[in-house]
Design a protein around this ligand. Structure first.
Ligand code: BG6
Length: 472
């Protein structure tokens, strides 16, 4: 739809950016923090471990000051479960509470709204040993953690996100380094969807507890949502795109918003002999937990064609989330899109399409919790980082948000990935996303000094003009 006049961004739009604890904090075992699965996983070859990351733990004041200089209205970060509960349950670590109190207060000092993710890929190692999400009691572990967070930070944190990218944990867990496979597993798909089910219930319970304990606060999920296109107008390809959309996207949002399993996704699980055990009580919790908004990460769309069942299951191409499900859908490259240096397709228009579809299905305000470009950046001798490619990527996505707002979509904010350089999930720090450059590489910590990239100055102007000035 073409619009003659564009609607402005709302005055209270959350312009900001995102990070996650294990990817920025470092201090991995400092001040009483227990190990998480990220601290004990096998590190992908050629990439850094997570012990120092970009040392946000010791640089948070400087980092928040830089975010304030850009004019951030919000900062989305995650709380490390094992900094708060070193063993995952039981004893609370006062130093961990103190760190996040300081971080939250530092944000508020500059009128930056803290948006807190409760779980971002960092299961306590102690709980991994006890069976991780495969255990039904993981629902209670997460509820206990949630309660501690609400008790300690709920007086100041008004926006909460439950589980980051639960769909990616389920679909590509081994890439992120999070998949727990119990001994004796014979049907891995069934096991994975049992864990997924426990996460859905845990999320619903956390939303319920949040509303009981903090009636003023708002809480939502944070999956990775992107439209799946049909590769052609062949009816078989269109059905394949509906299948993949259900398995990738709607399974997670139907459960979070309506407390039910998506019928197509359920049919897929039946075909795989992978239906999870679901108790009456689980269903009641899923129905009772209601989000106030939907947080979601968007990087790119996927494209599929019909699968005759003869293909191999798994990733198809450079992008880990472009999967093939034999007999269901087969991922293919989209010839209309260009790719990043790391092989991810770029699709700003698909961003608008995705939010239009989400809003018409769920009618809840939408908060962008991630979007961004991973690229090789170069620090010049005079301390500059010229990243026009990042500016171009972000500009084209922000333009689409304004078009979506004009389409009638209720958009709450834009928090791209990432506020500051960090360690990517499996490609190290060489794949940079931040507005702020950190002087280190994968195997040399160097100075850890912070530098403002060109995109830093550009984003400052975007925020100052409330999204009206997107020029360089
Ligand atoms: C999202 C995650 O999947 O994408 C982040 O929530 C991650 O943790 C980001 O860093 C970019 O992915 P990657 O693999 O390039 O780090």
């Amino acid at each position: 739809m073409q619009h003659k006049t564009l609607k402005p961004f709302p005055d209270d739009f959350f312009w900001g950016a995102s990070t996650s604890a294990y990817q920025v904090e470092g201090a991995a075992l400092e001040d009483g923090k227990g190990p998480s699965c990220q601290d004990v996983k096998e590190i992908p070859e050629g990439t850094s471990d997570l012990s120092v990351s970009v040392d946000h733990y010791h640089h948070y004041k400087e980092d928040i000051a830089l975010m304030a200089e850009m004019g951030f209205k919000s900062y989305r970060f995650s709380i490390s479960w094992t900094r708060i509960l070193p063993n995952g349950t039981g004893e609370v670590n006062p130093k961990g509470i103190e760190f996040y109190n300081n971080l939250i207060d530092e944000c508020l000092k500059y009128d930056i709204e803290p948006i807190v993710t409760m779980f971002h890929f960092d299961m306590p190692a102690a709980l991994d040993e006890r069976g991780s999400w495969s255990k039904h009691e993981s629902i209670d572990w997460f509820a206990e953690f949630a309660t501690v967070l609400f008790e300690n930070f709920g007086d100041r944190v008004k926006y909460w996100l439950t589980i980051n990218e639960q769909n990616m944990l389920t679909l590509v867990g081994p890439v992120i380094g999070t998949l727990h496979v119990p001994e004796g597993t014979t049907n891995l798909t069934k096991e994975i969807y049992q864990q997924n089910h426990h996460q859905l219930v845990a999320q619903a319970k956390a939303m319920q507890i949040c509303h009981e304990m903090l009636p003023e606060a708002k809480i939502g999920p944070a999956p990775n949502i992107s439209l799946v296109y049909a590769a052609s107008s062949k009816p078989e390809d269109v059905l394949a795109s509906q299948n993949f959309n259900a398995i990738r996207n709607w399974l997670y949002l139907d459960a979070a918003v309506y407390g039910v399993y998506n019928n197509l996704a359920w049919a897929y699980l039946e075909e795989q002999d992978a239906v999870p055990t679901v108790t009456e009580e689980d269903l009641a919790i899923m129905k009772a937990g209601k989000p106030d908004f939907i947080g979601f990460n968007y990087y790119n769309t996927a494209t599929v064609e019909a699968s005759d069942g003869s293909e191999a299951a798994g990733a198809n191409g450079d992008q880990q989330s472009h999967l093939t499900f034999p007999g269901v859908a087969k991922s293919v490259d989209n010839p209309n899109l260009v790719k990043t240096e790391f092989g991810w397709e770029i699709d700003p228009i698909g961003f608008r399409g995705t939010v239009r579809e989400m809003y018409s299905r769920y009618r809840l305000p939408l908060l962008v919790t991630e979007n961004g470009l991973g690229a090789y950046d170069t620090l010049t001798e005079d301390g500059k980082i010229h990243d026009p490619y990042r500016i171009e990527y972000l500009r084209r996505h922000i333009e689409q948000i304004q078009l979506a707002i004009t389409d009638g979509v209720d958009m709450m904010g834009y928090n791209p990935w990432s506020a500051i350089d960090l360690i990517s999930t499996h490609e190290g720090i060489k794949k940079r996303y931040g507005f702020i450059y950190v002087d280190r590489d994968d195997f040399d910590l160097k100075t850890l000094k912070r530098y403002r990239k060109d995109s830093f100055f550009w984003y400052k102007k975007v925020i100052e003009s409330n999204g009206q000035d997107l020029t360089d």
